[in-house]
Design a protein around this ligand. Structure first.
Ligand SMILES: Cc1cc2nc3c(=O)[nH]c(=O)nc-3n(C[C@H](O)[C@H](O)[C@H](O)COP(=O)(O)O)c2cc1C
Length: 182
Protein backbone atom coordinates (compact mmCIF):
# COMPACT_ATOMS: atom_id res chain seq x y z
CA UNK A 1 0.00 0.00 0.00
CA UNK A 2 1.04 3.61 -0.44
CA UNK A 3 0.58 5.82 2.64
CA UNK A 4 0.85 9.61 2.81
CA UNK A 5 2.16 10.96 6.13
CA UNK A 6 1.71 14.74 6.24
CA UNK A 7 2.24 17.00 9.24
CA UNK A 8 2.20 20.56 10.49
CA UNK A 9 4.68 21.42 13.24
CA UNK A 10 5.58 24.73 14.84
CA UNK A 11 8.34 23.65 17.22
CA UNK A 12 9.41 20.32 15.73
CA UNK A 13 7.71 17.67 17.89
CA UNK A 14 4.98 16.83 15.36
CA UNK A 15 7.64 16.66 12.63
CA UNK A 16 9.51 14.14 14.80
CA UNK A 17 6.26 12.20 15.27
CA UNK A 18 5.62 12.28 11.49
CA UNK A 19 9.08 10.88 10.83
CA UNK A 20 8.59 8.07 13.34
CA UNK A 21 5.19 7.23 11.85
CA UNK A 22 6.69 7.14 8.34
CA UNK A 23 9.44 4.78 9.56
CA UNK A 24 6.89 2.46 11.19
CA UNK A 25 4.77 2.38 8.01
CA UNK A 26 7.89 1.51 6.01
CA UNK A 27 8.88 -1.14 8.57
CA UNK A 28 5.44 -2.70 8.02
CA UNK A 29 6.30 -3.03 4.31
CA UNK A 30 4.39 -0.05 2.92
CA UNK A 31 5.52 2.70 0.55
CA UNK A 32 5.45 6.06 2.33
CA UNK A 33 5.60 9.70 1.33
CA UNK A 34 6.41 12.10 4.21
CA UNK A 35 5.58 15.77 3.66
CA UNK A 36 5.02 18.98 5.61
CA UNK A 37 1.38 19.95 5.01
CA UNK A 38 2.52 23.38 3.86
CA UNK A 39 4.11 21.66 0.83
CA UNK A 40 1.21 19.28 0.15
CA UNK A 41 -1.41 21.74 -1.09
CA UNK A 42 -1.90 20.46 -4.63
CA UNK A 43 -1.07 16.79 -4.01
CA UNK A 44 -3.20 14.20 -5.82
CA UNK A 45 -4.58 12.04 -3.00
CA UNK A 46 -5.77 9.38 -5.45
CA UNK A 47 -2.09 8.28 -5.59
CA UNK A 48 -2.42 7.02 -2.00
CA UNK A 49 -4.29 4.16 -0.35
CA UNK A 50 -4.37 5.77 3.10
CA UNK A 51 -3.32 8.93 4.88
CA UNK A 52 -1.91 9.87 8.30
CA UNK A 53 -2.22 13.58 9.14
CA UNK A 54 -0.60 15.15 12.21
CA UNK A 55 -0.76 18.64 13.65
CA UNK A 56 -0.29 20.31 17.01
CA UNK A 57 -2.47 22.54 19.18
CA UNK A 58 -1.29 26.12 19.69
CA UNK A 59 -3.56 28.39 21.71
CA UNK A 60 -6.57 26.20 21.04
CA UNK A 61 -6.09 25.66 17.29
CA UNK A 62 -4.26 23.44 14.84
CA UNK A 63 -1.92 25.01 12.31
CA UNK A 64 -3.48 26.85 9.36
CA UNK A 65 -1.63 24.51 6.96
CA UNK A 66 -3.72 21.60 8.31
CA UNK A 67 -7.03 23.46 8.11
CA UNK A 68 -6.37 24.68 4.59
CA UNK A 69 -5.26 21.27 3.38
CA UNK A 70 -8.26 19.46 4.87
CA UNK A 71 -10.76 22.03 3.59
CA UNK A 72 -9.29 21.78 0.09
CA UNK A 73 -9.22 17.95 0.10
CA UNK A 74 -12.25 17.15 2.28
CA UNK A 75 -14.01 15.00 -0.33
CA UNK A 76 -10.92 12.91 -1.18
CA UNK A 77 -10.00 12.51 2.50
CA UNK A 78 -13.54 11.35 3.29
CA UNK A 79 -13.21 8.55 0.76
CA UNK A 80 -9.97 7.02 2.06
CA UNK A 81 -8.74 5.39 5.29
CA UNK A 82 -7.21 7.98 7.60
CA UNK A 83 -5.61 8.50 10.98
CA UNK A 84 -5.38 11.97 12.52
CA UNK A 85 -2.75 12.58 15.21
CA UNK A 86 -3.65 15.57 17.37
CA UNK A 87 -0.53 16.62 19.31
CA UNK A 88 -0.83 18.77 22.44
CA UNK A 89 0.34 19.25 25.98
CA UNK A 90 -3.19 18.69 27.26
CA UNK A 91 -2.94 15.07 26.09
CA UNK A 92 -0.01 14.58 28.48
CA UNK A 93 -2.32 14.90 31.47
CA UNK A 94 -5.57 13.54 32.87
CA UNK A 95 -7.48 16.75 33.41
CA UNK A 96 -11.10 16.19 32.29
CA UNK A 97 -11.53 19.85 31.28
CA UNK A 98 -8.38 19.70 29.16
CA UNK A 99 -9.65 16.59 27.40
CA UNK A 100 -13.03 18.20 26.77
CA UNK A 101 -11.09 21.13 25.33
CA UNK A 102 -9.31 18.79 22.93
CA UNK A 103 -12.67 17.35 21.81
CA UNK A 104 -13.95 20.87 21.16
CA UNK A 105 -10.84 21.84 19.17
CA UNK A 106 -11.37 18.73 17.05
CA UNK A 107 -15.10 19.44 16.57
CA UNK A 108 -14.38 23.05 15.57
CA UNK A 109 -11.74 21.83 13.13
CA UNK A 110 -14.18 19.32 11.56
CA UNK A 111 -16.86 22.00 11.24
CA UNK A 112 -14.42 24.46 9.68
CA UNK A 113 -12.98 22.02 7.12
CA UNK A 114 -15.94 19.77 6.29
CA UNK A 115 -13.77 16.74 7.06
CA UNK A 116 -14.17 14.50 10.12
CA UNK A 117 -11.34 12.03 10.62
CA UNK A 118 -12.37 8.40 11.02
CA UNK A 119 -9.61 7.58 13.45
CA UNK A 120 -8.13 10.09 15.90
CA UNK A 121 -5.31 9.73 18.40
CA UNK A 122 -4.61 12.41 20.99
CA UNK A 123 -0.83 12.41 21.35
CA UNK A 124 1.18 14.08 24.11
CA UNK A 125 3.71 16.48 22.62
CA UNK A 126 6.65 18.29 24.18
CA UNK A 127 7.57 21.36 26.19
CA UNK A 128 10.60 23.04 24.59
CA UNK A 129 11.65 26.31 26.24
CA UNK A 130 14.91 26.13 24.27
CA UNK A 131 12.86 26.90 21.12
CA UNK A 132 10.45 29.54 22.46
CA UNK A 133 10.64 33.29 22.15
CA UNK A 134 9.74 35.43 25.17
CA UNK A 135 5.98 35.42 24.53
CA UNK A 136 5.75 31.68 23.92
CA UNK A 137 7.95 30.93 26.94
CA UNK A 138 5.53 32.96 29.07
CA UNK A 139 2.43 31.17 27.67
CA UNK A 140 3.99 27.76 28.00
CA UNK A 141 5.28 28.26 31.53
CA UNK A 142 1.70 28.89 32.60
CA UNK A 143 0.41 25.83 30.72
CA UNK A 144 3.19 23.67 32.16
CA UNK A 145 2.62 24.93 35.71
CA UNK A 146 -1.05 23.90 35.54
CA UNK A 147 -0.41 20.50 33.92
CA UNK A 148 2.88 19.35 35.44
CA UNK A 149 3.56 21.49 38.53
CA UNK A 150 6.65 19.49 39.55
CA UNK A 151 8.39 19.93 36.18
CA UNK A 152 11.49 22.12 35.80
CA UNK A 153 10.24 24.99 33.57
CA UNK A 154 13.73 25.73 32.25
CA UNK A 155 14.31 22.26 30.74
CA UNK A 156 12.95 20.72 27.52
CA UNK A 157 10.56 17.84 28.32
CA UNK A 158 9.24 15.26 25.87
CA UNK A 159 5.89 13.76 26.91
CA UNK A 160 5.29 11.68 23.78
CA UNK A 161 4.80 7.98 24.63
CA UNK A 162 6.56 6.46 21.63
CA UNK A 163 5.70 2.85 22.47
CA UNK A 164 1.97 3.64 22.81
CA UNK A 165 2.00 5.66 19.59
CA UNK A 166 3.71 2.87 17.69
CA UNK A 167 1.18 0.36 19.00
CA UNK A 168 -1.67 2.64 17.85
CA UNK A 169 -0.12 3.10 14.43
CA UNK A 170 0.52 -0.61 13.91
CA UNK A 171 -3.05 -1.36 15.04
CA UNK A 172 -4.36 1.19 12.53
CA UNK A 173 -2.26 -0.29 9.72
CA UNK A 174 -3.77 -3.69 10.52
CA UNK A 175 -7.25 -2.27 9.86
CA UNK A 176 -6.37 -1.10 6.34
CA UNK A 177 -7.95 -3.04 3.50
CA UNK A 178 -5.33 -5.39 2.09
CA UNK A 179 -2.80 -4.43 4.80
CA UNK A 180 -1.45 -7.94 4.96
CA UNK A 181 -0.55 -7.90 1.28
CA UNK A 182 1.26 -4.52 1.16
C1 LIG B 1 2.52 29.23 22.19
C2 LIG B 1 2.05 27.82 22.47
C3 LIG B 1 0.71 27.60 22.74
C4 LIG B 1 0.25 26.30 23.04
N1 LIG B 1 -1.08 26.11 23.28
C5 LIG B 1 -1.50 24.89 23.65
C6 LIG B 1 -2.88 24.69 23.97
O1 LIG B 1 -3.72 25.59 23.85
N2 LIG B 1 -3.26 23.46 24.39
C7 LIG B 1 -2.36 22.42 24.52
O2 LIG B 1 -2.75 21.35 24.93
N3 LIG B 1 -1.06 22.57 24.18
C8 LIG B 1 -0.61 23.78 23.76
N4 LIG B 1 0.70 23.96 23.43
C9 LIG B 1 1.60 22.80 23.50
C10 LIG B 1 1.91 22.23 22.12
O3 LIG B 1 0.77 21.63 21.55
C11 LIG B 1 3.02 21.19 22.28
O4 LIG B 1 4.19 21.85 22.73
C12 LIG B 1 3.32 20.41 21.02
O5 LIG B 1 4.31 19.44 21.30
C13 LIG B 1 3.80 21.33 19.90
O6 LIG B 1 4.05 20.57 18.75
P1 LIG B 1 5.07 21.11 17.64
O7 LIG B 1 6.45 21.08 18.28
O8 LIG B 1 4.97 20.15 16.53
O9 LIG B 1 4.64 22.48 17.26
C14 LIG B 1 1.16 25.22 23.07
C15 LIG B 1 2.51 25.45 22.78
C16 LIG B 1 2.97 26.73 22.48
C17 LIG B 1 4.43 26.94 22.19
Amino acid sequence: MKILVAYASTDGQTRKIGRAVADWCADAGHAVELLPLADAGDIDLSRFDAVVLAASVHVGHYQKALTEFCAAHAAALGAMPDLFLSVSLAAAGHNAEDWQGLEKILADFAAATGWTPNAVEQVAGAYKPSQYDVFRRFVMRRILASRDPDADPSADIEYTDWAALKQRLVGWIDTLPGAGRS
